[in-house]
Ligand binder design. Structure first.
Ligand SMILES: NC(=O)c1ccc[n+]([C@@H]2O[C@H](COP(=O)([O-])OP(=O)(O)OC[C@H]3O[C@@H](n4cnc5c(N)ncnc54)[C@H](OP(=O)(O)O)[C@@H]3O)[C@@H](O)[C@H]2O)c1
Ligand SMILES: [Zn+2]
Length: 418
């Protein structure tokens, strides 16, 4: 049953996910944990920069000393293992590699890391997690093992999964990770009855959102939000930051060619995309293209609107791994109804605006009974200036099961720890 959708034909998000750590972190020696924490910290330095690739960090240790380390900086750049090997040179022989993701074993833009590690004489490889990419899924570890390398997997796996939640979502759900974000007053309004929404939260919360934009691949809004607020959807941080791709979900191509979100494309390194249906009037599509936007034609639902599930698959094909949806109510309602929202960030300002007609954060038909409410998991509360942030998951991609060992990688044991 699909609680917010009414028709019950779409899968509701499962409760807490199926994956559990196979080996409790505490069972690993402290020095192993220390090096893996270092590899994770290295990996995290490229947040938002490696798409469509995962975040990966690698540390090579010999005789208790780091002889080489690296991280994957961006798609097309060397893999973390290759950077660490290059730094280590001859000192890699006999070393242990701590790596946050299973080394690859296929030719992508760079040659397989498993071969390079074997050639360099690495004695032991400790990987935080298996690579969920169907081309790898245990084969990289199996290749190492077949060459006589001692292989262990599962150290700080939970942290590694969390770091690569978007990459897991793409490989295991076939679509990007969806974060739904909104700001509301304490009485649950995302705008006044006249549609004024500037600003609900204070500086600290808005800075938080810009740091978030810096790390996601794409920000999406509905056409209603563009018409009401004319947002830029760029990243504005004191030290610059990176603009994600901007996307308007706009079945009939109603976005004004002069809208800020379209004009932003002239100054921003990131493009503006408009998702329309095949039935969008051709002259409006041409006007948007002439204004510098890229128009994506997406199949329509029975109601003639952009089919959100199809849209997300198309975004994934274009290399998008993490989408931040910033409203409005209708788009949020439709995403929840389709079971497509994974992660929720609700900013709450201690303000009351009232108004029976003022919108709340989630539109659509809603549920009939409280028992049908969608419940968030792993809920966290944090204070940002005068505002509060409630964060939680409807579906946590970091806990999706990845049962590959029996199927594809005989001879690689999941259990770690020497
Ligand atoms: N406080 C906040 O965090 C925040 C954030 C954003 C917006 N807002 C406020 O929210 C209000 C706008 O919200 P809204 O609900 O009117 O607009 P919206 O959710 O931004 O856009 C809704 C429109 O999206 C289009 N759409 C395309 N595909 C759809 C689909 N599959 N399902 C549903 N809609 C689809 C529909 O128009 P077509 O049929 O023409 O495509 C629909 O009317 C404004 O007042 C704004 O200030 C507040
Ligand atoms: Zn590699």
């Amino acid at each position: 049953m699909n609680p917010l959708g009414g028709n019950g034909s779409l899968p509701a998000a499962p409760a807490a996910g199926g994956w559990q750590p196979a080996v409790p972190a505490a069972n690993w020696p402290e020095e192993d944990r220390r090096w893996m924490r270092r590899a994770l910290a290295l990996a995290g330095r490229a947040r938002g920069r490696t798409t469509p690739n995962p975040l990966v960090g690698a540390v090579l240790v010999r005789d208790d000393r780091v002889v080489g380390e690296g991280f994957h900086r961006r798609a097309g750049a060397p893999h973390a293992e290759a950077e660490a090997l290059r730094q280590a040179g001859d000192r890699a022989r006999g070393a242990t590699l701590y790596v946050t993701l299973e080394p690859c074993c296929h030719y992508g833009r760079t040659p397989p890391c498993s071969d390079a590690l074997i050639r360099a004489g690495i004695r032991r490889v400790v990987a935080a997690m298996v690579d969920p990419d169907p081309r790898v899924r245990g084969r990289g570890l199996a290749a190492l093992r077949a060459a006589g390398v001692r292989v262990e997997v599962g150290l700080l796996e939970e942290e590694a999964r969390r770091l690569n939640a978007a990459y897991l979502a793409w490989n295991l759900l076939g679509r990007p990770l969806i974060t739904m974000k909104y700001a509301m007053t304490l009485d649950g309004r995302i705008a006044t009855r006249r549609g004024d929404a500037r600003w609900i939260t204070g500086d600290a919360a808005r800075r938080f959102v810009h740091r978030l934009r810096d790390r996601v691949d794409l920000i999406a809004v509905g056409i209603g939000t563009v018409l009401a607020d004319d947002p830029c959807l760029t990243t504005r941080l004191p030290r610059g930051g990176r603009d994600p791709i901007r996307l308007v979900i706009d079945s009939q191509a109603r976005t004004p060619p002069g809208a800020r979100v379209v004009r932003a494309a002239a100054a921003s390194p990131a493009p503006t995309w408009i998702a329309v249906t095949e039935r969008a009037p051709a002259h409006r599509v041409r006007a948007l293209e002439a204004a510098g936007a890229q128009v994506l034609r997406v199949p329509a639902t029975a109601e003639g609107r952009v089919d959100l599930a199809e849209l997300l698959v198309e975004l994934g094909r274009r290399g998008i791994r993490h989408v931040l949806v910033e409203g409005g109510a209708a788009i949020h309602g439709a995403l929840l109804a389709a079971g497509l929202a994974d992660h929720v960030l609700a900013f709450i300002a201690p303000k009351l605006v009232g108004g029976a007609g003022a919108p709340g954060p989630v539109g659509g038909p809603g549920v009939d009974r409280m028992a049908g409410a969608l419940r968030l998991h792993r809920v966290r509360l944090r204070r940002l200036g005068d505002d509060w942030l409630v964060e939680g998951y409807l579906r946590d991609p970091a806990t999706l099961p990845l049962d590959v060992f029996s199927a594809t990688a005989p001879g690689v044991s999941r259990a770690g720890g020497p």
